[in-house]
Design a protein around this ligand. Sequence first.
Ligand SMILES: [Zn+2]
Length: 461
Amino acid sequence: MKKSILMLLFSALLLFLIPMHTHAASNQTKIILDGQELSLPDDVEVVNVRNNIMIPIRVVAENLKFNVKWDQETQNVNIQQGSNALQLTVGKEQAKVQNNTVKLNIAPQMIKNTVVVPIRFVSEEMGLRVGWSNKDKIVTLTSSTSLPSTPANGSDEITNLVHDINYANNQLVVSLDHEVTPIITTLKNPERIILDFPSTNFGNMGQVPSGGAIGKLDTSDFPNVTEVRYSLFKNDPAQVRIVIELNNVNSVNYTPQTIAGKFILDLSMVNDPAPPTPVNSGKKIVVIDPGHGGSDPGTISFTKKPEKHFALALGLKVQALLEKEPDIELIMTRETDIYPTRSERVKLANDLKADVFVSIHGNSVTSAPQVSGTETFYYQRESSKELANIIHKKLIKALGFKDRGVKNGNYQVIRETTMSAVLLEIGFLSNKLEEEAMMSETNQNKAAQAIVDGIKEYLKL
Ligand SMILES: [Zn+2]
């Protein structure tokens, strides 16, 4: 008798456990490097941190046969390949590439004893092309060196030589001794075009950057170009990288062509629209920023809806209320499903000399769907903290979600804006019940009213 009860209990447990386990396994993200799936250690995974796909740097670097060293005390990861050196620090948004400091989208984090970094960093600084399928949860990495077939004996390899790099009239001209087609990648924030020339070294040209040094062209005559830099990105096989960094450019198209041994890249840039003239009506200027939009879905909710839709729906409700306020001049960073970059949102608010900036988001932690609640972020300034406290209190009262508090957060839109600025994480879209609540019209109206009341109280209107 006793035995059969145990058996019954055991089978009941099995019934409960098996489907859960299968579910977890099918959600596992894969990393494919040059066509081969990387075997990730059991406790290592690809994570989405505030809409940044983060991948474990060690796994990638080791598979590329880079030398990886971890320093527990300084929390530094040092990655070495040939003469190239990268240094990342957990929690720091800056990394060192050779002796240059580069800014990351989001700081590397330590998750389950593994340092994870945003895939953007991997693509730009490790010379990999990155693809991300949100549907299939697959990260595809392609190392440019895998494209041309590399002979086993390095000495047989053809190395192309760059003899001159020139930039003028929206045209980059690279003179080479052989025809080479570079791999071209573009990155945003700021807008950059990256050209990687495989099996290419510097030939007889004016300023050859030796070792890991970076050469720069004089681009002072071209206001749309911040700089054009070039370096020997990899040794053995050699790879030359040229980066064109643009300034105040909304979007850029390029046409590559090869003419008489010269590689030419024609750029056509769409400039930022002129900033709207600051209003001088004595009214307070409020900028409402529905997060994400267009090509940037933000996080994906429990029922697979993009955060951008939630942010816009709530933003438009705030807009409707604020437009009725006689003492407020309201500017929206977006009113439709488009993607202004974060820098553009910041610039808009700063150019307007706005009094208040409110960015609207939905939170997510897919690995822990039970997490819920409202969080409000400010960045350092006391005035922002005060605004955050007022709006947060009203949101908690209006929605009744768990109070996760007002926090100092290092986000570009609240860090680089110069007025009182807050970023609202209304609730967790990854939480089943909270998503349901956040999607309801009634709750969105309540949240909108709370935000408006908070802004008015802060502005003493
Ligand atoms: Zn967001």
